[in-house]
Ligand binder design. Structure first.
Ligand code: GAR
Length: 193
């Protein structure tokens, strides 16, 4: 495995709200020579987010943002993004909806990973809905963020078969394994010439 020092890479901030397994996979990817990005900042709206531990493990700056007032929260985030010269935002299990104004300020530079094959199952409880509808497969999507929820241009998707015995939990776990591969692939796709 060839590691790089992170100089000259696209400075990236990852936004999380929970476990942060996608954050972990992005950090590991960012350390590969072939990665166009470095992870310089982690944001969360949740001070108890388990994923914050990756900030400590990998020595990445973390910012916990109080979201009681969304406008103030987003101003603080934009300010930090500017201060740290962040060029790309990766949403990875960030459970707050960014305002149109915020997205406009960072237009074309925000990515999201979603646990369904968009445009199917925007929003929450994607695995429950796929199983309830007796779909034979579901999956995950990496897309650009625009002002409509889970509706921006799709970069890559990965299908995952739904098994008869699947619960939302077992399906979600199998999809998450694919998410960890899909996010880096999508980043390579958009930044390869
Ligand atoms: C992932 O499955 C991600 O796709 C989903 O939350 C999970 C976060 O897991 N995101 C959304 O539902 C966004 N609407 P992680 O914290 O272990 O990366």
């Amino acid at each position: 495995m060839v590691l790089s020092t992170g100089t000259n890479k696209i400075k990236t901030a990852v936004f999380i709200s929970g476990t942060g397994s996608n954050l972990k996979s992005l950090i590991k990817f960012s350390k590969l020579k072939k990665s166009p990005i470095s992870i310089n900042l982690i944001f969360t709206n949740n001070k108890l987010a388990k994923g914050l531990k990756y900030g400590e493990i990998f020595k990445i700056k973390k910012k916990i943002i109080n979201y009681q007032n969304k406008e103030i929260a987003e101003k603080k985030i934009l300010n930090e993004l500017e201060k740290n010269k962040i060029e790309l935002v990766c949403l990875a299990g960030f459970m707050k909806i960014l305002s149109k104004k915020f997205i406009k300020n960072f237009k074309g530079k925000i990515l999201n990973i979603h646990p369904s094959l968009l445009p199917k199952y925007k929003g929450l409880n994607t695995h429950e809905r796929a199983i309830e509808n007796k779909d034979i497969y579901s999956g995950c999507t990496v897309h650009f963020v625009n002002s409509k929820l889970d509706s921006g241009k799709i970069i890559l998707q990965k299908k995952v078969n739904i098994l008869k015995k699947d619960t939302p939990n077992t399906l979600g776990k199998r999809i998450l394994v694919q998410e960890h591969k899909l996010y880096p692939k999508a980043i390579l796709k958009i930044f390869s010439l």
